[in-house]
Design a protein around this ligand. Structure first.
Ligand SMILES: NC(=O)C1=CN([C@@H]2O[C@H](COP(=O)(O)OP(=O)(O)OC[C@H]3O[C@@H](n4cnc5c(N)ncnc54)[C@H](O)[C@@H]3O)[C@@H](O)[C@H]2O)C=CC1
Ligand SMILES: CC(=O)C(=O)O
Ligand SMILES: [Mg+2]
Length: 371
């Protein structure tokens, strides 16, 4: 198969779909790999590194899109990229379609078979291609909160860990999955007072065992969210209903009950955000203020640390990517977990949560593939 990797073009996105190490694996499996010139510079990988791994360097993104049977990326394709996709081609990347009707229309019109990293599953009920970036974003969320809490950045001027004799900041984490757990580790490490809310009691049990008394856990009800948000200095939004738009758990009315200069970090913004007042921001201008509350809503947080993120992402995407290259779309029939990644195929939406969120018809992926 001809595998292609264009340079990422989203604002301040420095990750790349394939590392030179991943290219070498595809080439060893007998595939050819086309990489856009400069695609790896954000992680310090030069065209020469890719050539040494067996890739051919393409002068433009257009050459990669037109010359590949499968396009491997990081972020959802941008409008200028949708139009270059075609029927019979596989797109393998993050998509986050539920809050993005325009991109969905673009992919449907192209006829491409689009596999979303974020809905591929594993045998343990996890999301193996989302998890590594959730680990990064969870850890970064506390760095973002700490910075935004500084007075010069619009925050209330409180140090997460306090100092001896002065109380630490209170961090409320809504959603105790991968993002929530990693955020908690960092917040505890800095000495903050941490509470995690989740609506899975089993998840709260696991977190209670893991953190052994160093976090408070609360079952996520409206009343509990309100109480924990009102008393927080920083709130991390980390909920997920796989594939679907995030539920709005903190309303605009609730901001009035919060401390002035408190910070909301909406990690779930890539699924539309879990705070009513969120809108996606970029690394160039990551925060904005609503009713005296600082909002940080960057939809590609891991792009800020591309070296760590790209390697972590490639570790996870490589086995499924190789299966796709080796077997084409038959790889989906061989692996029900990869099948769950298929969001769009030949003009049809093939993921239930995505279709429901967008109010569109859905065709079961195996039926869509059989046609
Ligand atoms: N902004 C960014 O750059 C990035 C964003 N993300 C996003 O972060 C979000 C979280 O991802 P993960 O931690 O991997 O998901 P996860 O599935 O591991 O955890 C989500 C948790 O939310 C809980 N939850 C669902 N509804 C809830 C509610 N009403 N109240 C409290 N908890 C609730 C679930 O029980 C689960 O434990 C996703 O939207 C993901 O796409 C992930 C990586 C990067
Ligand atoms: C998951 C995601 O949106 C990201 O890594 O950018
Ligand atoms: Mg996104």
């Amino acid at each position: 198969m001809r595998v292609g990797c264009p340079k990422e073009i989203k604002n301040h996105e420095y990750r790349v779909g394939l590392t030179p190490g991943a290219v070498r694996e595809y080439v060893t499996h007998g595939h050819s790999v086309l990489v856009e010139t400069g695609a790896g510079l954000g992680i310090g990988a030069t065209d020469a590194d890719y050539r040494a791994a067996g890739a051919t360097i393409a002068a433009s993104a257009e050459a990669v899109f037109s010359g590949s049977d499968m396009v491997v990326k990081v972020k959802e394709p941008q409008p200028h990229e949708w139009v270059q996709l075609r029927e019979g081609q596989i797109l393998y990347t993050y998509l986050h379609l539920a809050p993005d009707p325009a991109q969905t229309e673009g992919l449907l019109a192209s006829g491409v078979s689009a596999i979303a990293y974020e809905t591929v599953t594993d045998a343990r009920g996890g999301l193996p291609l989302l998890a590594p970036m959730s680990e990064v974003a969870g850890r970064l969320s506390i760095q973002a909160a700490a910075t935004a809490l500084e007075k010069a950045h619009g925050g209330r001027g409180i140090l997460l860990g306090g100092v001896p004799g002065v109380a630490p900041a209170k961090v409320t984490i809504i959603g105790g999955g991968v993002v929530g757990k990693e955020a908690a580790k960092m917040a505890i490490g800095l000495g903050a007072d941490v509470t995690i809310l989740d609506r899975s009691i089993q998840r709260l049990r696991d977190l209670d065992d893991l953190f052994a008394g160093r976090v408070h856990t609360r079952y996520s009800t409206l009343a509990a969210i309100e109480a924990e948000v009102f008393s927080a200095d920083a709130v991390i939004g980390a909920v997920l209903i796989p594939g679907a738009s995030a539920p709005k758990l903190v309303t605009r009315a609730m901001l009035a009950g919060m401390k002035k200069g408190a910070v909301l970090v909406d990690v779930a913004i890539d699924q539309g955000g879990c705070f009513e007042t969120s809108h996606a921001t970029t690394h160039a201008e990551p925060t904005f203020e609503v009713d005296g509350i600082v909002h940080y809503c960057v939809a590609n947080m891991p792009g800020a640390v591309p070296v760590t993120s790209t390697h972590a992402l490639n570790n996870a995407t490589l086995p499924f990517g190789l299966a796709l290259a080796d077997h084409g779309l038959d790889a989906l029939s061989r692996d029900p977990h990869l099948m769950r990644g298929l969001n769009v195929h030949r003009g049809q939406v093939t993921n239930r949560a995505v279709a429901d969120s967008l109010g569109r018809d859905m065709v079961e992926p195996q039926d869509a593939l059989a046609k």
